[in-house]
Structure formats: C-alpha cells, structure tokens
Design a protein around this ligand. Structure first.
Ligand code: BTN
Length: 327
C-alpha cells in the first residue's frame, strides 16, 4: 500500500471507534486535506468501512476480509514467516510466483498469497479451484538445511500445522490423509503441493503451496469434485473470517518448522500420527506404476507410508495417492 494512504489507515486504526477530523489527519501526517479525502476514498474502494461526518471527521468502522499485507501484519505472531508477503488480487498460481521469487534469491519465510488463482495447481497436474476470497491460497518458501530425502518430512509438517490451526480456530476435528490432505467429515478441505529444487545432497529451496477451502459453497466446486470436497463454511454452517485464520496458520507453520529444525522429525511424526485418518485403515495406494492395496500400518522416519499387503509383505511409499477403503 502506498505510503501516506497506509499512514491514514494506521492513524484511524490506532484511534478505532473515534472520529478524527480531516484537519487533524492532514496536520499529523503532513499531507493536504484533499490527499486525506482521496486516501479515504481509495481505502473504501478496498473494502474498508469508514464513516465520514461533517464537523466530526472520519471513523474506521470495519476492515475487509482481505489478506492485505498491512492487515496480515497487524497481530501476526510469527517472527520471520510471512514477514515478507507478496499479495495478489489474482494470479495464475502462487506456487509459480513463489518458485520464481525463490529462483531469484527470495529469503526463507517469504510468502505469496492471492485472493484468487486463475490456474491453481493441485498434485499430479490437476487443477485447484481457487475462486476469489472463498479460500486461503498461498505458498511459502523454505530453505531447510536437510538432505533431499528428508524434504518429504516438511510435507507432513505442513499438514500437522494447518490441521492445528483449523482445529484451534474452528473447533472442528481435522483428519490427515497421507501425505498431507486435510479432511473434515471424510471430505477434503485443504490440499498441499510441495515442490522442491535440490542438488544431489542439498535442498536449494522448497515451495509449499497450501489451499484451504474456507467460505466455498457447494456450487463453487465442479460436479466431479463436489462429493469429495468441503469447506469450513459447509462444515460449520457459517462464514469464517479468513484473516485471523491465515495468521494462525502462519504461526503454526513457523512453530512446527522451528521445532522440526531443533528436535528433528519425531514430534512432527507423532502429531501426524495422532491426527491421521490413514493409519489402521484399508487403503489403496496409487503410485506411478501400480495400485497396491493393504492396511496402512505406519509412517517411517522419512515420512514414507508403510502398507501391509494381504500377503503379509510391508511395502513402503514415498509418494502416491491414497484412497481410503470404506470401513
Ligand atoms: C492438492 O492437489 O491436494 C494440492 C493443492 C494445492 C493448492 C494450493 S493453492 C495455493 C498453491 N498454488 C497452487 O497453484 N497450488 C497450491
């Protein structure tokens, strides 16, 4: 946001509930009264509810449910994650933007968020529906000092962190389907797409794209995905404010990431197992080559899924698509 407009907003925010005269704003911020009025108009166009009364001045009544960097920064509990935030009204894919930024040296913790994506990408080249303001569509840049084989741990970590934020914020009980789909009532509410750039022995960066369906309604999903998809709105029967939930997700992601760097994978692994809806279930794993059926028995130290087949053999999967068999 442009400098003096941001200052107007900041001033009104610090005096929330009070009327501030145009004269006071102009004097305090050293700008003309016409400039004050122009900024007020621009802020209203962005969705800020600002009352204007003759003689009393301006009063900030409400902020929009947009993920503007200025709004995200207010009350954000992280110390480094999301402190560098790129915001788009609409973009092709936040993962694509994040990869370009990472290629150009963007630091760890950089986040890209969009109100809508025109070409949101899911796993296995699928499309990810991302209608305006119906969800939280964002990507994170990490530069962990780990071997590429450990990178998949971060995939599970993201699911643990997002599930914790959803649980904390809505009271709903999310379940994680390996590796990192988040389900509510058996339907997918959040998908995570992890992309990695690495040398043989070192990770250069990991871009993690997270798509959480927040206020999407049934009609927002195409008929083919409708039976398998849900949103917080559909589960709760009421709309959910995205901004505080986004802040909570960033906080949980930072917390879990730091814990992973300090304590290793074990805490993530046990939190993942606790929230898992995969372990103990009959599953079909579709890996690139074949479909394996059996019982999901565990995840190992690298985050791989272990499945015991009918013949008693335990197979290990580092990637693949899991379908839960009906119980
Ligand atoms: C999946 O198929 O489960 C993964 C979906 C990931 C969607 C998110 S939305 C933000 C980011 N940008 C994208 O293009 N995809 C991810």
């Amino acid at each position: 946001m442009e400098g003096s407009k941001h200052q107007v907003l900041d001033y009104l925010r610090r005096h929330r509930g009070e009327y501030i005269s145009g004269e006071e704003l102009s004097r305090q911020l050293a700008i003309t009264r016409t400039a004050v009025w122009k900024h007020i108009q621009a802020l209203r166009r962005e969705g800020y509810r600002i009352d204007a009364q003759t003689r009393r001045g301006y009063c900030l009544l409400g902020t929009p449910d947009c993920l503007y960097p200025e709004e995200v920064a207010v009350g954000l509990k992280t110390s480094w994650l999301g402190r560098q935030l790129y915001y788009y009204d609409e973009v092709g894919s936040t993962n694509q933007v994040a990869k370009e930024l990472a290629d150009n040296g963007a630091p760890e913790g950089t986040v890209v968020v969009a109100e809508a994506q025109s070409g949101g990408r899911g796993r296995r080249g699928r499309l990810w529906l991302s209608p305006p303001q119906k969800g939280i569509w964002f990507s994170l840049i990490f530069r962990p000092r780990v071997a590429p084989t450990q990178a998949s741990q971060l995939t599970l970590l993201a699911a643990v962190a997002v599930a914790a934020a959803v649980r904390k914020y809505t009271g709903l009980p999310p379940g994680i389907k390996w590796p990192n789909d988040i389900l509510l009532g058996g339907r997918k509410v959040c998908g995570i797409l992890t992309e990695i750039k690495a040398e043989m022995d070192a990770v250069e960066y990991i871009v993690q794209g997270i798509g959480l369906n927040v206020n999407a309604e049934a009609d927002d999903f195409t008929p083919d995905v409708r039976p398998y998809a849900t949103s917080l709105f559909l589960e709760l029967g009421r709309r959910v404010a995205r901004l505080p939930l986004f802040q909570e997700m960033l906080y949980q992601l930072e917390k879990w990431y730091e814990r992973w760097q300090e304590e290793g994978f074990e805490p993530v692994r046990s939190a993942w197992k606790e929230a898992s809806v995969t372990l103990g279930r009959e599953v079909a794993v579709n890996s690139w080559r074949e479909v394996t059926t059996g019982v999901a028995v565990d995840i190992d130290v690298e985050g791989a899924l272990k499945v015991r087949t009918a013949g008693g053999e335990v197979r290990r999967f580092t990637s693949g698509e899991v379908t839960l068999r009906p119980v």
